[in-house]
Design a protein. Structure first.
Length: 59
């Protein structure tokens, strides 16, 4: 088992969502699965989320 830093990206109709987390897994494929499972668990508390960092640019 090793520790992995995983970044997942989902392209949504109105933007992109990134999920970045550290997980322990046996290989890279398993690390992606563990990260996805962690994100799914977080969806249950989405109403409590708040953004604490932002970058806004004039287009």
């Amino acid at each position: 088992m090793a520790k992995y830093h995983v970044t997942l990206k989902a392209n949504l109709p109105n933007g992109a969502l990134y999920w970045v987390t550290d997980v322990v897994a046996g290989d890279e494929d398993a690390a992606m699965q563990v990260a996805e499972q962690a994100f799914t668990r977080q969806l249950d508390t989405a109403g409590e989320w708040s953004f604490d960092e932002a970058d806004v640019e004039l287009l």
